[in-house]
Design a protein around this ligand. Sequence first.
Ligand SMILES: [Zn+2]
Ligand SMILES: [Zn+2]
Length: 649
Amino acid sequence: MANELHITLPDGSTRVLPAGATARDLAAQIGPGLAKAAIAARVNGEVRDLDRPLPDGVSVSILTDKDPQALDVLRHSAAHVLATAVRQLFPKAGIGFGPPIEDGFYYDFEVERPFGPEDLEAIENKMAEVAKADHPFVREEVSREEAKRRFKDDPLKLERIDDLGANEVISVYTDGPFVDLCRGPHVASTGKVKHFKLLHGAGAYWRGDERRQMLQRIYGTAWFTKDDLDAYLRRLEEARKRDHRVIGKALDLFSIQEDVGPGLIFWHPKGAMINFQLRRFIEDVILARGYQLVYTPHVTREQLFLRSGHLPLYAENQFPPMAAGEGESEEVKYRVKPMNCPMHILVYASQQRSYRDLPIRLAEIANVYRNERSGTLHGMLRVRGLSMDDAHIFLREDQITDEIFALLDIVDLVLGKTFGLAYRLDLATRPLKKLGDDQMWDVAERGLEDALKRRGLTYRIDHGGGAFYGPKIDVKFNDAIGREWQGATIQLDYELPERFKLEYTGTDNTAHRPVMIHRAIYGTLERFVGFLIEHFAGAFPLWLAPEQVRVLPISDGQLEAARRVAETLTQAGLRVHLDDRNDTLNYRVRDGELMKVPYLAVVGQREADNGTVAVRARGAGKKQEVLPVGDFVERLRQEVHTRSLTPLV
Ligand SMILES: [Zn+2]
Ligand SMILES: [Zn+2]
């Protein structure tokens, strides 16, 4: 009947409501508790305002603050509250975009000068007034002409209106004095935005385009409860102390140089030692598991990437072509490689392969280059030059499950057992932009899922998160302060073997096509080391610490004895530094602590006479233990050998 709505609830039951009823009415019908807790509604999968009339025949779930998407709604509303406040204080401010982001929101403004800390304070106070006024968020649908009329003084919004498709519904939201062109949804009123904080300002190009004008972005965070807000601000403070860019500079691990360009990492000796130890570890692990190392070129004729399908699909992430080498046709173009896959494929294809040879596992810790936007680069975590611990495994279809098992073993050994990380797995399925037909994807997705199931692992499905050539298992873990990181990835690929017509001779003596797995355990060394710096706050476990022991003679009288201790430790394969500066012992101890050296070995006259050292372990304060030098060496060797995360001394 036309004057009734039939609504399906998440549990499958149906409700009848009068025509014109809203999700709020539905919530009230279900119960007063839900009506009170309701933030927004999910209508046929799309999140909408609570006060929008419901269409007939839809399924609806009511979002409360327990639903992660409700936070997006709150934060987007907080962004409008921010814009409302900015417009009151800076009436001429142009308004750009104001989306929710992870843990918060931002809004971009076109203003004459950057916002300073005192501006942010004034804006935050004004936001509190806007929230207190409890203006309802009112949604209207308007024609294109009407939208242009309303935003005639806002050139950024006018540009946005021109981009909207002919059939797109144009909606505007008003809260008190502020109107914004916006898809929504929003909370019911500004009063719902209670627990927020403005964090910082930053310049941001309009639409992320370096050729357009610079806008002033204000970042903020918003939460449903004060406890959540406080906990987040504490996490933020902790994260600031662990920032790998700050620690990386303080410990002299790496740099990025203006002369060379953004996103390209210089590994200084101490950072390079960490890099080296990580490489050596993973290479030892995989060489013991049937992998073979290869080294392949960094530049290639671009036709290789046409054949692999990276061009044009991946073109925006690749650096533009460079001209041919001397003596080659001018039509030939070269590219620096963004990935190693086609290179390893050529090694595979360089000879006849039999079913007995498979799996063939080719590994290379290789530098690849990706043309990331300069605005998105971030220290070591987002770079243009990447050192991937890459490998490509060529195998028969019947070997997939065993190989995925073996890969999950390596993941567990490296991330779980060695770094003590609690990780979880995502199965990422076919994306929109993809190669190959759906049938191929069905087989590949089932292959990975079967392996996960048979291993009895729990995992989540990341719909549409796969690589363009195949589905993948992504490994995610949390750091010491609870932030989530993406680590290893295992990708199954039927597409590239097809494109390169790879073959092996089967038991039946005819040619078959192998399957391929792309995998990285650390991901990239840049990102992984960036993670390790923040996770350990610079206090690396002994096996990774660039400087493992610092030997400190109390005075010149013990210099000779200290030198002998340092020599003994060095001979035992440990990384030692003798601090024989003329500064006081207290000063030198403090410096060793600041540099996060795992062990300080102090040599006084008594130690010099007895062949001992007074050992201070990092983090143990003034506590020290006097040990014969030989015992000290043995314990350190043991700690390195077991890659212990905690001191054995
Ligand atoms: Zn909006
Ligand atoms: Zn690959």
